[in-house]
Write a protein that binds this ligand. Structure first.
Ligand code: 4AD
Ligand code: MG
Length: 428
């Protein structure tokens, strides 16, 4: 595997690589390939006087699949610092000439979306999706190291968790069902059995607005914790975010640099993150002449301005109840606000986590369901949870793609996922 070669333990050894021709240049008697094998990318050099099929090799098309045997050499000038001197090359399949993405050209977004199945092979996608895989792995590590169990909830659901306006409706044997917006309500049932739980699963939002940070199908990292209030919840969130950022910073220094992200920054993140209340956030914005009133939700534009005040992710807490979902706990000291918290990433990225303490009192929750115009009958099962051993509990939801977008300093959320689902069209 190329990744093993790049670690430096195979220098002067013979290796076999099965992969694809990522790029190629030739000078008549010597040909330089860039080879990709899923684990990494490396330069391989073939010489005319050493290879019996040199002429055929030299004419190979990009993306042809090949198998090579060769000797690993240290080569400072090669990307990654190593190259392979090819001793033997077998062609597995010669790719058609018309591969749509010739390296080093620029392609427009529409063309990329239409050819996404082939665009996945680009260096950018290879690197981002490799980091994505590692982010998921590290998230899971953190949860398991901290005593959480992994729990799955249904994708077909009967009601809204995050408001009706972004629900995707499906016909479920003649009755209405929806694609889940969040596992949370089911997770609240499960903590009574399992204790601290988490999931990494798709969530769906029928977003009406076209933005750089919304997908209609995204991966949601969620946690639900019994016997936990807002303060302890925020500690869990910042611990998870720092853990993952530290690990990714350590592992991907060079790639992150190519994306414009200094790995030192990620490695240096440590708790606690700053905390401000929603009320203070409004004051900051008003002092900057932003036209916003107490009670208005923070949109992408407002969040962007707020993020200029911070170098690290920061929490905005205690949102008024009018702009938060019905399940948020009402602050007993100030009944107009909820014990809620969003975590905002700096540099304009904005909200990456939505979270809070859950209303655990039956009467208050029932009233909130009614106030929001929801059906008490529909939520009976959820209300039941406040009747049988109700406890203080809290949870959060992290948007995986938003998190990766910020970690890798990417401009658009579609760059963080293989086959993005955006408003409008599904290409395939
Ligand atoms: O803030 P949200 O709506 O919170 C919830 O769904 C809670 N029930 C989570 C919980 O407490 N278990 O969504 C959580 C996060 C957001 O902060 C954002 O990062 C991400 O999910 N998110 C999206 N990511 C991509 N595209 C979208 N359309 C998203 N909507 C939310
Ligand atoms: Mg939110």
């Amino acid at each position: 595997m190329i990744s093993e070669i790049l670690k430096g333990n195979l220098t002067e050894k013979e290796v076999e690589i099965k992969g694809w021709i990522h790029n190629k240049r030739s000078s008549g008697s010597i040909v330089f390939f860039i080879i990709r094998d899923g684990s990494g990318i490396i330069q391989a050099v073939g010489k005319k006087d050493e290879l019996k099929n040199f002429e055929e090799i030299e004419k190979l098309t990009l993306e042809s699949s090949i198998k090579i045997k060769g000797i690993v050499k240290k080569e400072e000038r090669a990307p990654g610092g190593y190259e392979v001197e090819i001793k033997e090359m077998n062609i597995l399949q010669r790719a058609d000439e018309d591969f749509p993405f010739m390296r080093k050209h620029k392609f427009n977004v529409n063309f990329i979306m239409k050819n996404r199945h082939l665009w996945l092979r680009s260096e950018k996608m290879f690197k981002v999706l490799t980091i994505r895989s590692e982010v998921i792995q590290q998230i899971r590590n953190w949860f398991l190291e901290n005593g959480y169990k992994e729990f799955q909830s249904p994708i077909f659901v009967s009601g809204a968790c995050e408001g009706g306006s972004t629900l995707f409706e499906v016909n479920y044997f003649g009755r209405k069902a929806y694609l889940t917006q969040s596992w949370q309500l089911y997770a609240e049932a499960a903590i009574f059995s399992l204790g601290k739980i988490f999931t990494i699963a798709p969530s769906f939002r029928a977003e009406k607005s076209k933005t750089r940070r919304h997908l209609t199908e995204y991966w949601h990292v969620e946690a639900e914790i019994p016997f936990c209030g807002l303060d302890d919840l925020l500690k869990e969130e910042e611990s998870l975010v720092c853990y993952v950022c530290n690990k990714i910073g350590e592992k991907f220094e060079n790639w992150l640099k190519e994306f414009g992200r200094d790995a030192k920054y990620l490695k240096g993140l440590s708790p606690p993150f700053p905390r401000i209340k929603y009320k203070e956030a409004i004051e900051i914005l008003q002092n900057k002449n932003v036209n916003i009133q107490y009670g208005n939700d923070l949109g992408a534009d407002e969040e962007k301005i707020l993020t200029q005040e911070f170098e690290t992710p920061f929490f905005v807490t205690h949102f008024p109840k009018g702009i938060k979902a019905f399940y948020h706990k009402i602050d007993r000291e100030n009944p107009n606000v909820t014990l809620s918290a969003d975590l905002l990433a700096p540099e304009g990225y904005g909200e990456i986590i939505g979270s809070g303490e859950r209303e655990d009192n039956y009467q208050i929750l029932k009233k909130r369901v009614e106030e929001e115009g929801l059906s008490v009958k529909e939520y009976k099962w959820y209300l039941d949870l406040r009747r049988y051993g109700s406890v203080q509990h809290s949870g959060f939801g992290l948007g995986l793609e938003r998190f990766i977008m910020w970690i890798c300093k990417l401009k658009h959320i579609r760059e963080t996922i293989a086959f993005p689902r955006l408003i409008g069209k599904i290409h395939f």
